[in-house]
Design a protein around this ligand. Structure first.
Ligand code: ADP
Length: 474
């Protein structure tokens, strides 16, 4: 089976969060199952590729009422081919956060079929991810000047986070993508604007999200960010597939970032990792250490945790906070670090190596998310013998068993978190706690089973398309 995976980020080349991790791991897992995979992603100025991709030339894309050129760089890794799309739109400091993001990713999306064709890659199915590439199914259905074989190809859209939707001016999007005006009345239209994610929900052959519980939640107004009605409407082509974890990168037995490696059968090393981190940050290593490793965004409920800090310290926890994001939360963390220098240490910024060390050093990881499509940090924590204390939502529900491999609380407020933290603190270092750690570390979160589910879904889509007698190849 030939699969084209399109994404705005792909680890280790680019990453701001879980999307990058998922698209970094799924292709190799699919390749191991015998699939031929091409991953197409932007060639950011900050792309982490050494040696850099091999530049193989330009392609012409119909865009913005005209044509434009985009460069292609390729490389191979782990049996997967990667193509990076180069354009001045991506020569910036950050991946996202610009006023013209929708236009940037419309251009990227429109380049994907042309890039694949240039590489002689005609996929059986195209798998797009989040709003940045969600317009591709619509382009495949209605776009013109598509390479031979691409019009009407079946597609699957994975929603990693429904909060980000790619909203903009409807007329502009139609003009950029050179789409017919009749599409004003299509799934592209949402409350008077263009909505890239909703267009993907409507036009993709199948839609998945990253956990079964989140798939249920986003059909409700509380979690659906105004797309709950659309999710209910497409429920006959919508399902949840739990993410896996890249267990080669996240493995305490072989993690090169750790002062001391350890495993479920040899957990002693964890203590030394804690000692090293605590000494470096002037924390008393005898107290249980509760960590946070998170984007500082409303979704993650870090404000809930910060409000609970006095209560957590009173319970007897020391805290380590690693995160970056909203300036007001960063300031709040700085203030707390200054107020409780002996009990709370923090690092503001995105630091992959430190993240590994904190997962290894902490006793527990707080995840007070308001919503969590899947979440990787709880899986990483469990693998590192660090028990998650998490809000019972989305993928956290599907991966953590309360009082067995972690602790869950229902209400996204300081009282909820403090309730679960006090429960955890009571167990800390007891034989029950150690047994929980063993069970958590033994959980299988590998990509193998997740990739199998995607494979089965691709297969089902292709079979259904065949049954409807729509020619796959033109
Ligand atoms: P999301 O994708 O919503 O941010 P996930 O839990 O799915 O949340 O994935 C978060 C990933 O980003 C994890 O691998 C986590 O370790 C990492 N991460 C988050 N914040 C930081 C940070 N400040 N420094 C290093 N890694 C971070």
């Amino acid at each position: 089976m030939r699969i084209l995976l399109a994404s705005s980020e792909v680890y280790p080349f680019s990453k701001t969060g879980g999307l990058g991790d998922v698209v970094g791991a799924l292709p190799e897992a699919l390749a191991k199952q015998g699939c031929e995979v091409l991953v197409v992603s932007p060639w950011y100025r900050t792309l982490k590729a050494l040696p850099p991709p091999l530049w193989i030339g330009d392609v012409t894309i119909p865009f913005d009422g005209n044509y434009c050129q985009a460069g292609i760089g390729t490389l191979e890794r782990g049996g997967v081919r990667y193509a990076f799309v180069g354009h001045s739109d991506f020569q910036r400091d950050d991946l996202y956060g610009y006023d013209d993001d929708l236009k940037r990713f419309c251009r990227f999306t429109r380049a994907i079929p042309q890039v694949a064709a240039r590489l002689d890659f005609l996929p059986d199915i195209i798998h797009v991810n989040d709003w940045q590439t969600a317009l591709l199914p619509l382009v495949l259905e209605h776009g013109w000047h598509l390479p031979e074989g691409f019009p009407g190809l079946p597609s699957i859209l994975t929603v990693h986070n429904v909060q980000y939707q790619g909203v903009g001016d409807l007329e502009e999007v139609l003009y950029w993508l050179r789409l017919p005006g009749a599409l004003r009345e299509s799934y592209l239209h949402h409350f008077g604007s263009a909505n890239a994610l909703q267009a993907g929900l409507g036009f993709a052959t199948w839609v998945t999200t990253v956990s079964p519980t989140y798939a249920r939640e986003i059909k409700t107004p509380e979690f659906g960010y105004q797309l709950d009605g659309t999710f209910r409407h497409i429920s006959n082509k919508f399902s949840g597939i739990l993410n896996g974890l890249d267990t080669n990168i996240w493995n305490p037995e072989s993690d090169p970032h750790l002062p001391r490696r350890y495993s479920v059968n040899n957990p002693e090393g964890k203590r030394e990792n804690k000692r090293t981190l605590c000494r470096h940050h002037h924390l008393d290593e005898r107290l249980p250490l509760l960590a946070v490793i998170s984007r500082l965004a409303e979704q993650k409920g870090v404000d809930i945790l910060l409000e609970a800090v006095p209560g957590l310290l009173a319970q007897g926890w020391n805290l380590f906070l690693l995160g970056s994001g909203e300036a007001s939360l960063e300031r709040w963390i700085h203030e707390l670090s200054a107020t409780y220098p002996e009990r709370l240490a923090s690092f503001i910024g995105f630091d992959e190596e430190l993240a590994h060390q904190v997962y290894a050093a902490a006793d527990a990881l707080a995840i007070p998310s308001r919503f969590e499509p899947c979440g990787l940090s709880q899986m990483i924590a469990m693998r590192y013998g660090t028990l998650p204390i998490a809000r019972a939502t989305g993928g956290l529900v599907d991966t953590i068993e309360h009082q067995d491999t972690g602790f869950l609380f229902l209400h996204p407020n300081p009282e909820g978190l403090l309730w679960a933290a006090s429960l955890a603190h009571r167990y800390c270092d007891s034989p029950t706690w150690k047994a929980m750690i063993r069970r958590a570390m033994a959980r299988d979160f590998s990509w193998e089973s997740a990739a199998r589910r995607y494979y089965d879904r691709y297969h089902a889509i292709l079979t259904a398309v065949d049954e409807r007698d729509i020619p796959l190849y033109r």
